[in-house]
Design a protein. Sequence first.
Length: 153
Amino acid sequence: MTPKRKQRLLLIAGMVIGVGIATGFALKAFNENLMFFYTPTAVAAGEAPANHLIRVGGLVTTGSVKRLPDGLTVSFDLTDNQDTIRVQYTGILPDLFREGQGIVAHGKLQGDNLFVADEVLAKHDENYMPPEVADALKTAHEEGSSKQTGSPY
C-alpha cells in the first residue's frame, strides 16, 4: 500500500468515526428530549416510567385543588373518569386553569402516583381540548359504559 493510499484510508476511517460519533450524540439528545403522553389510567397501571419526563393529561377533579402555604405550590387530582392521580406543581398556573378543566402537565412521576409537574397547560377556549386528552377521555368513557351495561364489547 502506497503512502498516499494509506493517508486516504485514514482520512476515510476518521470521517466514518466522526459521523458515527455525531450520530450517537444526535440520538442521545433525541432520546433525552422525547416525551410520551400517558393518561391517569396508564399511570395508575404502572405503564409510565418513573423519573423520566412525560406528559399526563386529563380533567382536574372538582374540589381537589389545594394551595400549600408557600403560595406557589398547588396540588390537585387529575382524572380521565376512570383513574385519578395526584399532581403537584410549583409556579404560576395558567389563567384558564380551574376545576373540571382539561389540562396537560409535563413533568416526572414519583412514588405513590404523585406526578411532579414542571409545566401545566390548559385548553385555550371552550371548544378545544388536546387531542391526546380527548382520545383518552373518550376511551375511558367507552370502557366505563361497557362495564356498566355488562356488554362484552
